[in-house]
Design a protein around this ligand. Structure first.
Ligand code: BT5
Length: 264
């Protein structure tokens, strides 16, 4: 995946339908991997699989980055985990706490969702480009969501300057994207694994085709895919919705089991 040069080309909109849609159109029109689209409000913010991302105007970081040509085989999974890790690093640096990562695309604090990532492959005349979007709750989350949400300011316990967090995110993602095709990928995946609370858990994964698998999440591979053991077989999951099933072996226990597996 290509570089996000510094300073990036940041385009700020008061209102758009979706920053991912705007970034994808600009990528199709020739915009390169230096492009960052930011909005105060989205009228049709996208989640994965046709879902919506909701945010009261002016309360969130809503940003999409054109990353350029894909890297790796699990392109969308890889871009998703890199973006989630960059966002978590930026929150750590600017707001002073460490969100956990739920595979593939959620930043969470406990069971509450702080942010979501949407990576999309965009065909262009010059070949495919990857656009990755982040919705991060800063000051308030919308009411009536099916699952609990949380905001950066609620956890930090103080006001957080949005442009500073945006800058930290864009520069963290740029630093990761520059080397996702090379040796830097291992550090991104390792950083993701360290923060990923899905590894070691019993999970139910709803796959895009409508089927589901249940098993234990054993790790994340070098392309960002989730490795799930279901009895005798192992699956590499590129995309899906994960439910953490309570009977699992969360956190450090699960990681210990994973390390033991890897050392065999
Ligand atoms: C995501 O999808 O979490 C990806 C969200 C990506 C949003 C960004 S905003 C900038 C860029 N432009 C876009 O158009 N999109 C990206 P998914 O895993 O499918 O989760 C969607 C679900 O999260 C919804 O169905 C709700 O249940 C929940 N949700 C919606 N808004 C939320 C919020 N503000 N906080 C917490 N959860 C929310």
């Amino acid at each position: 995946m290509a570089v996000v040069p510094r300073p990036p080309d940041i385009r700020h909109f008061v209102e758009v339908d979706s920053t991912n849609r705007v970034a994808a159109d600009l990528a199709r029109g020739g915009a390169g991997p230096d492009l960052v689209v930011v909005a105060d409000h989205q009228t049709a913010g996208r989640g994965r699989r046709g879902r919506r991302w909701e945010a009261p105007p002016g309360t969130s970081l809503l940003v999409s980055v054109v990353l350029g040509p894909p890297a790796g085989d699990g392109t969308v999974a890889l871009a998703t985990v890199a973006c989630a890790l960059a966002a978590a690093d930026a929150v750590g640096a600017v707001a002073g706490f460490e969100p956990a990562l739920k595979w593939p695309n959620d930043l969470v604090v406990g069971d509450r969702k702080l942010a979501g990532v949407l990576a999309e492959l965009v065909p262009t005349d010059r070949g495919p480009s990857v656009v990755v979007g982040l919705g991060l709750n800063m000051r308030s989350a919308p009411p009536g969501l099916p699952a609990p949400a949380v905001t950066v300011e609620e956890v930090a316990g103080r006001p957080i300057h949005g442009p500073t967090l945006l800058g930290a995110f864009v520069s963290a993602l740029g630093a990761m994207a520059v080397d996702l095709d090379g040796p830097g990928r291992a550090a991104v995946i390792e950083g993701y694994r360290r923060r990923c609370v899905t590894i070691g858990r019993a999970v139910r994964v709803e796959l895009p085709g409508g089927t589901a698998i249940e098993g234990v999440a054993q790790g994340v591979d070098d392309d960002g895919r989730l490795l799930v053991a279901t009895g005798p077989s192992a699956h590499r999951v590129d995309a899906g919705d994960v439910v953490h099933v309570r009977a699992g072996t969360p956190g450090p226990e699960g990681r210990r089991a994973q390390r033991e597996d890897e050392s065999r």
